[in-house]
Structures are given as C-alpha cells and as structure tokens.
Design a protein around this ligand. Structure first.
Ligand SMILES: [Zn+2]
Ligand SMILES: [Zn+2]
Length: 351
C-alpha cells in the first residue's frame, strides 16, 4: 500500500552530493499549493544548489522544472483547483506588494523565492510553492515534455519574444545545447531567418533539423564576419556560456541589434565602447520570465510542435542524471519521472 504520510525526495546534502530520502507530507501555507510532482527537468542551474555556488542552506531539494497536479490548496488560494496540472519554474512566485511587483515587474520581485534554492524544488514526489508563480500546462503537452519548457523553454522563448526582432529578421542562436536547441526551434517558428552558431562541423545536421536556415561553425570561421555576410543579425541569443564567445559574435549585429545573454557564466565580457556606440548596439541579460510568459511558452510550444530532445530517468536515479548533465553528456535535456499513472516508459540510455 502506498505510504501517503511521507514521500520520496532527492536532496543535496554537501557539495556534489545528492541523497534519496523520505520526507513527511506537509500542508501548504496561505497562498501556497501542494503539488504531486509527475516530472522534473534537470537544469544546469541546479548546480547552484548541488555544488553550493548559490548561497544554500543544505539539505535542499533541487529542481525548478517541475510539472504535476495540485493535491492541496492553502488558505486564500484562488483561481487554481485540486487536480489541475501546473508547472513550477525557477521563479517560485512573486510577493505582489513590493515596489517592483507594483510596477508589474514580477520577475525581479524583491521577495521572489527561487525554487530549489530558497525552498525545496522538484526532485521529489511533492512540492509546496506559492500559487503566484504557477504556470498552466496545456492538455496536449505531457508532463515530461512540458518540464524542460519551464526553464530552458521559457528562458529562450521569453528572450526572443521580447526582443526587437520582427518576422523575416536575421536572428542568431549561439550554442545548440539544452537551451540553444529550443532557441533555434522557437526562432524558426516565430518567423525569423535563423542562423545557428556552434563549434564543429558535426553540429550542422542537428542545427538544420531544428530549423536553422544557416549554420556557422565558429571553430572554422569568424562568426561576426559570417553574420555580417548574411546582412547582420538583429538579435543574437547567447545560450552558451563564456565571455569570449559573446564578445567574438557581437560585431555580427546589425545597427540597433541586441545581444541577449541567457547562459549563466561568471566570465567578464570584453566589448569596446566603440562597438557599442558605432551601430548603437546593445548587450543585455534575460532571466526566465513571468508566469504569463510561461503560459505563452507552453501554448506556443504545443501549437507549433516545439519540443525538447529528452532523456527520462526515474527520480531515484537523480544523482546519475545530474552527473551526466554536468559532464555535458545529456541528449539534450534530462527529465526525472515519478511513479505516477500516465507517465511514459523511460526514454533514452539510462533506463
Ligand atoms: Zn533552469
Ligand atoms: Zn514583489
């Protein structure tokens, strides 16, 4: 018989160490919901929790690409129902009363709780989170397929949707990994001319398969020159980390163009004032998105058929999945699955 007073969770206990435990089921507080998690993506930012590069109080359950069904509502929660399928991303819910919230900037809320950092995340069978951060999962997206869209998808979709690029403009996506392979697909389906930039000739085929019109091998050619030969990019979406790659593509922007960084890296970026001023180019960062942008990401993905390349792993093997992602061997997003009805059989090599 299922034990309903405790649930399985995988928590970080020390740098690089994940451990499977049982936790007592708790009731959600005011404004919160409890979710029975069905799937949770493994994201590179989970390293912030597991390696402790974010300020973390261990033990802490990582995971901020969680999908599941609401199984309990806290006091004063409106607009959500028990049994509804929802998603929880990195931003665990805005407060609604700080000056940024009052300005409508929910992403930068001063009291935002980061999922898996300030509170336990989705490497678990249950998750308690603020209702204000929930995203709504369309019926035609499975929980496994929806999971990576809550961070990797939202980040790339949101950055492109709020960028100055219009249909027909040249948009470059730097990097074809966990983020970039979604970025290329979104850019294609948004109606842009898409150039994918990565290292090595062997990525060309994948880039074309994802919908890129052009492939630029930045090991073999100067990516800025290659973009200028195509007329110059209106937007460069930087999904790879590393300050050098950002700087070396920057001159590939056309006048008024924007380089937007979504791949987190501590590297400084060396760009001259000249390159910013002549051509009035811009360099910016983007942090995931608010829940409305999350809803739009999920709907757009379902409508256009954009999906992540996914390898699924049972929750119990979270440490193996995390290690594979950290080693750069994931193909291309790992998703942890929980033992619930409706989840597909395990996909990929780790079954
Ligand atoms: Zn993430
Ligand atoms: Zn706030």
């Amino acid at each position: 018989m299922e034990n309903t007073s405790t649930y399985k969770a995988v928590q970080a206990v020390a740098p690089g160490r994940l451990e499977l435990v049982r936790m007592p089921v708790r009731d959600p507080g005011p404004g919160e919901v409890r979710i029975r998690v069905e799937a949770c993506g493994v994201c590179h930012s989970d390293a912030g929790t597991v390696e402790g590069t974010f300020p973390i109080e261990w033990p802490r359950v990582p995971g901020h690409e969680a999908v599941g069904r609401i199984d309990a509502l806290g006091a004063h929660v409106q607009g959500w129902a028990i049994g509804q399928r929802v998603g929880v991303g990195f931003l665990g819910g805005s407060c609604g009363h700080c000056d940024y919230c009052r300005e409508g900037d929910l992403v930068n809320c001063r009291n935002q709780l980061f999922t898996g950092i300030h509170r336990d995340g989705g490497y678990a069978e249950r998750l308690i989170t603020r209702a204000s951060g929930l995203m709504s999962i369309p019926d035609d997206l499975s929980s496994v397929d929806a999971a990576p869209l809550l961070c990797a998808g939202l980040t790339t979709f949101g950055a492109l949707r709020s960028s100055p690029a219009k249909p027909g403009d040249l948009v470059a996506v730097l990097g074809i990994g966990g983020l970039g392979h979604l970025g290329v697909q979104y850019a294609r389906h948004m109606g842009f001319e898409v150039a994918a930039i990565a290292r090595g000739a062997e990525k060309a085929e994948l880039a074309k398969k994802l919908g890129a019109h052009h492939y630029i091998d930045n090991a073999a050619s100067n990516p800025a020159d290659a973009l200028q030969a195509l007329g110059g990019a209106k937007v460069i979406l930087i999904t790879a980390s590393g300050g050098k790659t950002v700087a070396e593509t920057f001159k590939g922007l056309r006048p008024g163009g924007l380089s937007v960084i979504v791949g987190v890296s501590p590297d400084p970026i060396e760009i001259s004032g000249e390159d910013l001023i002549f051509g009035t180019r811009k360099l910016a960062g983007a942090l995931t998105g608010d829940p409305e942008t999350g809803d739009a990401t999920l709907r757009f993905s379902a409508l256009s058929g954009v999906s992540a390349m996914i390898e699924t792993v049972p929750l119990e093997k979270a440490a193996d999945a995390y290690a594979k992602m950290m080693a750069g061997k994931a193909q291309l997003r790992m998703v942890l699955t929980m033992d619930v009805e409706g989840n597909p059989p395990v996909r990929g090599s780790m079954s």
